[in-house]
Write a protein that binds this ligand. Structure first.
Ligand code: PLP
Length: 382
């Protein structure tokens, strides 16, 4: 099987498993317990916090471990909106992950916030002039993803951060897909808060972290024993935190080499697919895109039938977001890029990881040509 759905999730790295294993077995202490068993667990969480802080380029006290990207994003958005009493206006984009869009919608429905979604261009880049115009006196938060999970477009976070800073508005970045491929430090992103997810980095599912500047008042989502400096109560998932610390350290060390190598493979895949299927359309920004994502429209097919055809030929890909998979709704991302709802239904995303090989690509391209031809024939018959 050729697995090209790494934007949905990645396999757990051996190093992560080896580091996490003791905390699922012999070293099972609760970090809040005041005895040697608990203290060993606390030391492990502290070490992991230091590793994740190095990944974010922040202080250890500014890292909150969460159950994943979704929770980190919820904590950032709801936590800042409800904790910082500046106003009731939020700025974001229409191509964010559901974790962001649904958090914003919750604040609108339940707490009376107004939400401005700044348009993106056909490549998925945020219109910076429109973003600047959208920020108001009562804006409490700007939240934008570093890179899109469906089309791979990378945003100019440094500029968005500078605009937010000029207006003294906190800026949160969903760096779930960008982490491992690009720097996600607070300084490089110009961010006051950054969310990451472990399972996109070879760490365990159910692990993630939020960087949030120490001075930000965050209203917690979870109330209880006051763990994580009161930002996230609940006994820490020690094994998950330890695994995330290791995965973040490895990702930072390997990033530049991996990004350069996988970008070349991605470009080969794009060229291969466009040559094999002349009617295919690449989606997202041709230049500002993640090394890991190549996404296409295959006019005259349905994306789902192409995916089935690919799977029959041993290639696993996706129609875009794992959350939207299986739903009949066209992708909100592609629609925001100006793709018609009908054409959006023909989307297929290939997403790579460090271990993807050129040989796998050759097979994937051949399988794509055959799967698209079969799906086009099916489309013509129907
Ligand atoms: N943000 C983006 C851009 C994503 O791609 C995802 C997951 O696909 C998430 C957030 C949610 O992360 P998690 O699966 O860890 O909850």
């Amino acid at each position: 099987m050729i697995y090209l759905d790494n934007a949905a999730t990645t396999p757990v790295r051996r190093e992560v498993l080896a580091a996490a294993w003791p905390f699922l077995t012999g070293e099972f202490g609760n970090p809040s317990s005041h005895h040697t068993v608990g203290e060993a667990a606390l030391r492990a969480v502290d070490e992991a916090r230091g590793q994740v802080a190095a990944f974010f380029g922040c202080r250890a006290s500014e890292v909150t471990f969460t159950s994943g990207g979704t929770e980190a994003i919820n904590l950032a958005i709801k936590g800042i909106a409800l904790g910082q009493p500046r106003g009731r206006h939020l700025v974001s984009t229409p191509i964010e992950h559901e974790a962001t869009l649904e958090s914003l919608d919750f604040l609108r429905r339940v707490h009376g916030f107004e939400v401005t979604l700044v348009p993106v261009d056909a490549a998925g880049r945020v219109d910076l002039a429109a973003l600047a115009a959208a920020i108001r006196e009562d804006t409490t938060l700007v939240t934008v993803m570093a890179a899109n999970n469906e089309v791979g477009t990378v945003q100019d976070c440094a500029s968005i951060g500078a605009l937010s800073k000029a207006h003294r508005v906190p800026f949160h970045v969903d760096a779930v897909q960008a982490a491992g491929w690009r720097s996600v430090t607070a300084a490089d992103l110009g961010a006051d808060a950054v969310s990451i997810s472990g399972h996109k980095l070879g760490a365990l599912k159910g692990s993630g972290a939020l960087f949030a500047r120490g001075r930000l008042m965050l209203e917690p989502l979870l109330h209880g024993g006051g763990q994580e400096r009161g930002r996230r109560s609940g006994t820490e998932n020690v094994a998950a935190a330890v695994g995330l610390g290791v995965a973040a350290t490895l990702a930072a060390a390997e990033r530049d080499e991996a990004a350069a190598r996988v970008s070349l493979l991605r470009d080969e895949l794009i060229a291969g697919v466009l040559a094999a299927v002349p009617s295919a359309v690449l989606t997202g920004d041709a230049v500002n895109r993640l090394p890991s994502i190549a996404s296409f429209l295959f006019p005259g097919t349905s994306g789902e039938s192409v995916l089935l055809g690919l799977e029959e030929r041993g290639v696993v890909a996706s129609s875009g977001s794992a959350c939207a998979a299986g739903s009949d709704e066209p992708s909100h991302v592609l629609v925001a890029l100006g793709v018609s709802p009908t054409l959006a239904q023909t989307a297929v995303r290939f997403s790579l990881t460090q271990t993807t090989t050129a040989a796998e690509f050759a097979e994937a391209v051949a399988a794509t040509r055959r799967a698209v031809e079969a799906a086009q024939q099916l489309g013509r018959r129907n």
